[in-house]
Design a protein around this ligand. Sequence first.
Ligand SMILES: [Zn+2]
Ligand SMILES: [Zn+2]
Length: 426
Amino acid sequence: MSSVNHGEKKWRRKSGSFLVLLLCMLLCLCMASPVCASEGKAAAEAEETDENADAKEELLEEKDKAKADGDEAVSLNVHFLDVGQGLAVLLESDGNYVMYDGGGRDSSDMVVSYLKDQGVRQLDCVIASHYDEDHLAGLIGVMEAFEVKQILTPDYETDTAIYEAFRTHLADRKIEEVHPEAGDRLSFGSAKIKILGPVRYDHSAENDNSICAMVTCGAVKFLFSGDAEKEGEDELIKTGSYLRADVLVAGHHGSANSTTAVFLNKVRPSCVVYSCAKDVDGLPSKEVTERLKAMQVEMYRTDEQGTVVASTDGESLKWSTTPSDTWAYKDAAAAETGAAETAAEETAATEAAAETAAEAGDAAGVTRGAAEENVHTYILNTHTKKFHYENCSGAAKIADKNRAERTDTRENIMADGYKPCKICNP
Ligand SMILES: [Zn+2]
Ligand SMILES: [Zn+2]
């Protein structure tokens, strides 16, 4: 397994002969060091036309296919775990394991026992696509139960209780954390992972900060885009990266804002996986489901089929079950804005905050009562521009350099550009 280790790579955004020189230097470094997986190709690829990228990738595929035909057997098993509302995928190649997301809090125990049943003892790499509860919470359980060699995380911060808990666990366990960049590559067993995105982090929706990755075994490809929505998908297309994949995990649980027609036209999957719950409004959506039905893809979905496993020998693809043909979708009442998941996530966050407060012997109601007075003491995070009640679990973990206390009205604090924390709702 080679881990992603990209150190200073800002230079990759530059171009011209300087880039060529640096590419040569990096190539030498890569040959000398087994841990360096980054090929410094992102910038070059960004400037390529789609056709060039396609041709190059097809050439690589031919090579991989030839390899698969030869003596070297390759294999990859991809387990899409039934975590209800969320995403958790276990990838195994030749006894090496990688996890892409871990599902939400409610399925965390199930995820850990599933991995144990599979014989997992350690994970070469864990990828946290983004920091929403339905992807992140289960990874905390995974880190507690198994040795994790490396974790790939997106390069942004948020202020939810689950994010803070995740950071605490990471620090306690001293796991190597890398924010991957587009173009980074790593391998495990006979499978390879190429990071495609995100290419930037200043999105209005955190979902678009999701780490997008192409997992390849021989000539078979799986594309993961976390909860990326239209903006994230459009950016992937703009990089000129090769996006064709045999299996696509529909972005954001089949939300109407993801898996756009334009994106599908680039990916042209033969199989699509929905990781979704039975009871969340709008996920998967009518729009995406009908789009996929029209494309005649094979549909696999955790809400109907439970955990689904795809296996490949680098050439063919086998599934643990026959495709779903219901083409069922959820009522679109809240789907337009992806509000269904957000609401579910916020409910979970509020419950977590209430639990934390109750544990501290401080009922949530006490805090709410005090909030009715106009002036109150709040804790500010001068970095994220969020403000909290003093007893909020989010406030407790703000770094000293970013922490400020202010006794003022809510209105005055918000007038200075601060937003209320979603956990404690000050
Ligand atoms: Zn999600
Ligand atoms: Zn999300």
